[in-house]
Ligand binder design. Sequence first.
Ligand SMILES: Cc1cc2nc3c(=O)[nH]c(=O)nc-3n(C[C@H](O)[C@H](O)[C@H](O)COP(=O)(O)OP(=O)(O)OC[C@H]3O[C@@H](n4cnc5c(N)ncnc54)[C@H](O)[C@@H]3O)c2cc1C
Length: 337
Amino acid sequence: MKKYDAVVVGAGPAGLKCSETLAKTGKKVLVLEKDSIFGDKICAGGMTLKDFKLGIPSKITDMKFKKVIIHTPNQKTEVKQKNFFISTMDRKVLGKWMAEQAEKAGAEIRLNSCVKKIKNNHVVSGRDKIEFKYLIGADGSNSIVRKSLGFKDKDYAVAFQYITKKKFNNMELFFDYDKFGPGYAWIFPHGKYTSVGICSDSRNIRKRKLRKIFNSWCEKKFSTKKLELQGGMIRYGYKGHKFGNKFLVGDAAGFASSFSGEGIYFAILSGIDVAKKISDKRYTCKNIEHILNVKKIEDKIMEHWKKHKTLAEIEIEMITFLSRSRWISKEIIDHFD
Ligand SMILES: Cc1cc2nc3c(=O)[nH]c(=O)nc-3n(C[C@H](O)[C@H](O)[C@H](O)COP(=O)(O)OP(=O)(O)OC[C@H]3O[C@@H](n4cnc5c(N)ncnc54)[C@H](O)[C@@H]3O)c2cc1C
């Protein structure tokens, strides 16, 4: 049985950043990825300025935006700034770039390697049994590592998207509690294609109902006839990230935002912290503390919106109205940056 200091399950942003950081400290790292390519993930690819502060080069973005158009049942508002504050990126491009960084640092990555079983000191992938000192579950919202730790909670948002060739020029967000529940729909143009999607909390709206609403909403904007409806989940329920010699990062740990569904940034940040913790036991996971503080505020807002529909509708209208002011829109943008 081959032995590694760390086995990372999943080559998404969390797993790739974690393995890069671990390899830089001299650890023998293996990443096991079930897909045959990097970044083949259902995602709108929206990135904010803070992602670039983590070293992702802004030149690999698809489009950059200085404004976002917000729609509510009663208003249409532009949240804008002088410089770009949000962008779109192709997940396959991001995946390839991050995999190159991890491999340059010395991590070994195996594609087409689905982890099927997790035991105390080894994982099983195909015919291979691989021994680990540390195991990192970076295998996304439907994580097998998380399940092996005994978590079966339903704290996640359901999301659907179409990838259409129809040209859209603006980044747009749509809030309509009556139709979508406490979630939102989006239009994220990438240049060559556009992600049009929706996400809402799994406990508030049935998946089938959301899909039906989304389809009829899309039909008014473009033809969905020949398009594949992609569905995914965004796990936001955090239950911990360190369990003895096993760790969870990114969506597997429930680090995605319950409020916006954003998860790439939190995946990368948590990947860095867990790698540093493994390398140095005295390391304080400041990034994870920060994520949990942000999540605490966002979870409170979401819980309030889920319980009080009418209040939520009034508050969303109020925030949208106030965001016409550049100062308030800057405050909102700063929260996400
Ligand atoms: C429709 C939709 C739109 C979204 N839009 C945005 C957005 O605009 N901006 C944003 O920041 N976030 C967005 N998100 C969330 C974002 O995609 C995730 O938060 C992010 O990808 C989490 O990264 P990760 O590395 O934790 O997991 P993932 O990116 O999911 O990577 C997990 C990896 O593990 C692999 N894997 C899974 N199981 C196994 C196994 N058993 N063995 C081996 N490998 C395995 C998978 O193939 C995958 O490559 C969106 C999510 C959805 C569903």
